[in-house]
Ligand binder design. Structure first.
Ligand code: GCU
Length: 676
C-alpha cells in the first residue's frame, strides 16, 4: 500500500522501455565493505532491484555496466583514474561515465566514504527523476558543514510542536531494541545530505545526560553512523545541579566546569563521534548563565572548552526574549547577542531563527545575520509547521526558506545575502551550519501528511546548497515521491509554490504576525490580549485600533529597523515603495491608507484574506483533477487535508476580519459579503 513510509526513496518498477535504457549501466556494483560503503552499496542494490526487478550483484572485478564506487585510498580502480577530487572536500562526490580496461562503467568517487554515500543517492535520484545515466559527469559538494535536524522530542515520547504522532525514539526499549525505523530515518536523511541530528528537545531535561540515557543514545548513534549521521544532544544548563549535586551551574565556577568536562568525556567514551551540544538558555524559563549574571558567551565557552578536545561543537541558540524587557520583542535577541561578537570560542555556533520573532508565515530575516562578523552564525528553520498550518494545511515551506536565504543583509555591500553569512563565505568561517526543527514522528508517513515530507526533503537540499531553487527542489521531490508525468508534476509544483503565499494571506496578510490562538498556535486569535506576558498576545503585534493597524518599527516606533544595515533598512522604511508583504511588520498605518494598487488598507486587507481562501479552492480543484496519477490512499489523504485547509482558511478570514472590523468600523469592500 502507498502509505508514504518510503518517502522519496520509492524505487518503484520502471516502465519496460525505460528499464531497458538504464539496465545496461546497472549490471553490478564494485564496492569496499567499510560501513558507509556497504550502506551505499546496499542502497544502490535496493534501488536497482526496485527499478529493474532483479538484483544488482556485488562484484570484485569490473565488467561492462558496473558501478564502481569508493575512494582513491581503498579502491584501486578509482585511484588509477586519477579523478579531480581535490576541490570536493570531505563530503563531496564525483560521478562519471568512464572506460576502465575497455569496460564502460560508472564511477562514484569521493575523498571519504560519506561522499561516496551521497554520490550513490545522487545517482539514484538521477534515475528516479527520469534522467540519463549513460554520459554522466557530475560533481557536487555541500556548502554548509553542519546540516542538522533538531528534534523537539521529549524523553516520554511526546514531541513539542510535533504533528506526526509520538517520537520515533523508543527510549523505553533502547538500547537493546534498535528499530528498523532508525535505519530508514538515517537513509532518508543521508539521501538529502543531512549529517547530524539533535535527538532531544531544546527544552531539555537533565535526565538525557544520565548514564542510562547516554547508553540509549549510543545505541541510536550506532544505527545512524553507517549513514554518516552524527548524534548531538540538547543540554540543560542546570545539569550540574540536578545531576552533579553542585550548588550552582555558574559557568565560571571551576567545579561546574570540571563537571561538564567529566560529563563530556563520559559521553565520548560511549559515542566517540558525538557531535556536541545544542543549548537553549535563559529563554522561556530555561536556566542559563544569566542566572549567575554571566553572558551567553560565558555559558557557551564553558561547554566549548569541554567539547574541544574531542572535536565537538556547541550550538548556542539566540532565541531569547525577556519578560523584564519592555522593548519590542523583535529587537531583543540582537540587543543581547550583538555586543558579544568576538567573545565566542572557535567551536561555538550561534544558532539564529530565520526571523526576529518566531517562525511566522512571513518574517524579515533576523537582524543578527551578518551583524556578528567574528561569530559563526548558523540558521535555524522550523520544518514542523507550528504556526503555518501544522500537519493538515498543505504548505510548502521551501519558498519561505529561500526568501530568507536570498535576502540581502548588505553588511559587506550588495550581495551579502543571508546565505553568504551562514555558508561562511562572507566572513571566511569554516565552521558553518543549518538546523531544521524536525517534523518527524511515529506516523506511518513520518511527517503527518504526505506533502509535509517535502518540507523535510527541501530543508536537507537547502542545507546542502543554500542557493538551490525551491521550485527545482519541489520538482525533484514530486517526481521521486509521486510521479514523473509532466501532466502531474507541473500542476503539483505550481500548487506547492503558491501554497506558502496562500497561507500567509489567509492567516497573516500584509506582514501581520503572531496572530495565532494561544498555546497550540492553531487557528486565529488576533483579539487575544489577556496573557501574562504582553509579547505573547496577538494584540501586541497587530496594534489594531480605530486609527489603524500594524507595528511601527520605524524611528517613530520601536526603531527595530535601525538594527539592520541602512541599505537593508531602506528597503522596508518607506511603505509606499516597499514589498507590501512586509508592510504591517514595520508600519502602523491608518485604515484609509492607500496601498500601491490604490485600494485602502482596510479593503486591501480584506481582499488578501479572501485571496488566500480562493487559493485553497484552486488547490482543491487542481488536486481533484490529478486523481488518475496518484494511488487511491495518498490521493484520499491529501484530498481530506485540502478540505480541512479550505474550511480553516475561511475560519481564519472570517474571525480575523470580524475582529479587525470591530476596530476599523468600516464596511466590507464592494463585492464582499459578510462571512457566512
Ligand atoms: C516556540 C515554540 C516553543 C519552543 C520555542 C523554542 O516558542 O512555541 O514550543 O520551545 O519556540 O524555539 O525554543
Amino acid at each position: 500500500a502507498e502509505d508514504g513510509y518510503d518517502l522519496w526513496l520509492r524505487y518503484r518498477p520502471l516502465p519496460v522501455a525505460q528499464a531497458q535504457i538504464y539496465a545496461p549501466h546497472l549490471t553490478s556494483v564494485v564496492a569496499g565493505d567499510r560501513p558507509m560503503l556497504s550502506a551505499a552499496r546496499s542502497e544502490l542494490q535496493r534501488g536497482v532491484s526496485g527499478f529493474l526487478g532483479h538484483d544488482l550483484p556485488a562484484a570484485t572485478s569490473i565488467g561492462d555496466g558496473a558501478l564502481v564506487i569508493g575512494t582513491p585510498a581503498e579502491q584501486p580502480a578509482i585511484k588509477a583514474l586519477n579523478l579531480p577530487l581535490s576541490g570536493l572536500g570531505e563530503e563531496g562526490y564525483l560521478i562519471r561515465s568512464v572506460t576502465v580496461d575497455g569496460h564502460k562503467v560508472t564511477v562514484i568517487a569521493a575523498n571519504s566514504d560519506r561522499g561516496v554515500l551521497y554520490g550513490a543517492f545522487r545517482l539514484l535520484r538521477q534515475i528516479q527523476t527520469g534522467q540519463g545515466i549513460d554520459k554522466l559527469d557530475m560533481a557536487d559538494a555541500p556548502k554548509i558543514r553542519v546540516r542538522l535536524l533538531n528534534h523537539w522530542d521529549n524523553l516520554d515520547g511526546s514531541v513539542e510542536r510535533g504533528y506526526a504522532g509520538a517520537s520515533i525514539w523508543d527510549w523505553w526499549r533502547l538500547p537493546d531494541l534498535k528499530d528498523q525505523r532508525y535505519t530508514d530515518y538515517a537513509r532518508a536523511n543521508a539521501s538529502i545530505g543531512i549529517n547530524g541530528t539533535v535527538v532531544n528537545n531544546v527544552n531539555a531535561k537533565a535526565l538525557s545526560l544520565t548514564a542510562p540515557y547516554i547508553a540509549k543514545t549510543a545505541a541510536l548513534a550506532d544505527s545512524l553512523r553507517p549513514y554518516g549521521i552524527k548524534i548531538y544532544l540538547s543540554a540543560r544548563f542546570s545539569s550540574p545541579i540536578e545531576l552533579g549535586g553542585l550548588k550552582t551551574a555558574d559557568p565560571l565556577d571551576p567545579a561546574v566546569r570540571a563537571w561538564w568536562r567529566a560529563k563530556t568525556d563520559e559521553i565520548y567514551k560511549a559515542i566517540p563521534d558525538f557531535g556536541g551540544f545544542l543549548v537553549k538558555a535563559n529563554s522561556e524559563g530555561q536556566p542559563g548563565p544569566g542566572d549567575y549574571h554571566r553572558s551567553h558567551a560565558d555559558g557557551a565557552n564553558m561547554l566549548a572548552e569541554a567539547l574541544a578536545p574531542h572535536g565537538g561543537i556547541v550550538m548556542w541558540r539566540a532565541f531569547v526574549y525577556s519578560e523584564h524587557d519592555a522593548s519590542d520583542r523583535a529587537k531583543q535577541a540582537y540587543n543581547e547577542f550583538h555586543p558579544l561578537d568576538g567573545q565566542f570560542a572557535d567551536n561555538v555556533l550561534v544558532q539564529i531563527k530565520n526571523g526576529p520573532i518566531d517562525f511566522q508565515p512571513r518574517e524579515p530575516f533576523s537582524p543578527l545575520f551578518g551583524a556578528m562578523p567574528k561569530t559563526r552564525e548558523m540558521m535555524e528553520f522550523q520544518i514542523t509547521k507550528e504556526y503555518t498550518g501544522q500537519a493538515t494545511h498543505l504548505v510548502y515551506l521551501a519558498p519561505l526558506f529561500e526568501e530568507t536565504l536570498k535576502a540581502d543583509t548588505f553588511v559587506r555591500g550588495a550581495g551579502s545575502t543571508v546565505a553568504r553569512v551562514i555558508d561562511g563565505s562572507l566572513e571566511k568561517h569554516a565552521l558553518t551550519g543549518m538546523a531544521g526543527v524536525a517534523n518527524i514522528g511515529a506516523n506511518r508517513n513520518w511527517t503527518g501528511s504526505d506533502f509535509d515530507q517535502a518540507n523535510w526533503y527541501a530543508f536537507g537540499r537547502l542545507a546542502w546548497n543554500p542557493d538551490a531553487s525551491s521550485r527545482d527542489i519541489a520538482t525533484d521531490w514530486v517526481r521521486m515521491t509521486f510521479s514523473g508525468d509532466p501532466a502531474f508534476v507541473t500542476p503539483v509544483v505550481d500548487m506547492m509554490m503558491n501554497s506558502r503565499e496562500a497561507m500567509a494571506d489567509y492567516m497573516t496578510p500584509l506582514g501581520l504576525h503572531h496572530q495565532m490562538a494561544t498555546g497550540h498556535h492553531y487557528g486565529p486569535g488576533p483579539w487575544v490580549h489577556e496573557l501574562a506576558r504582553p509579547e505573547w498576545n496577538p494584540v501586541y503585534y497587530n496594534k489594531a485600533d480605530a486609527g489603524g493597524i500594524g507595528f511601527d518599527r520605524t524611528k517613530t516606533g520601536s526603531d527595530a529597523l535601525a538594527q539592520y544595515n541602512p541599505r537593508a533598512a531602506k528597503i522596508w522604511s518607506d511603505p509606499r515603495k516597499m514589498d507590501e508583504r512586509y508592510l504591517l511588520w514595520f508600519h502602523h498605518l491608518p485604515w484609509d491608507y492607500r496601498l500601491q494598487d490604490g485600494h485602502t488598507l482596510w479593503d486591501g486587507l480584506v481582499m488578501r484574506y479572501q485571496s488566500g481562501v480562493d487559493q485553497t479552492g484552486v488547490m482543491q480543484i487542481t488536486w481533484t483533477g490529478l486523481a488518475p496519477y496518484v494511488d487511491a490512499q495518498r490521493f484520499a489523504a491529501v484530498s481530506q487535508n485540502l478540505t480541512i485547509q479550505r474550511r480553516e482558511a475561511k475560519w481564519w478570514r472570517d474571525a480575523s476580519i470580524s475582529y479587525f472590523q470591530s476596530k476599523s468600523g468600516l464596511p466590507l469592500p464592494a463585492g464582499y459579503t459578510a462571512p457566512a
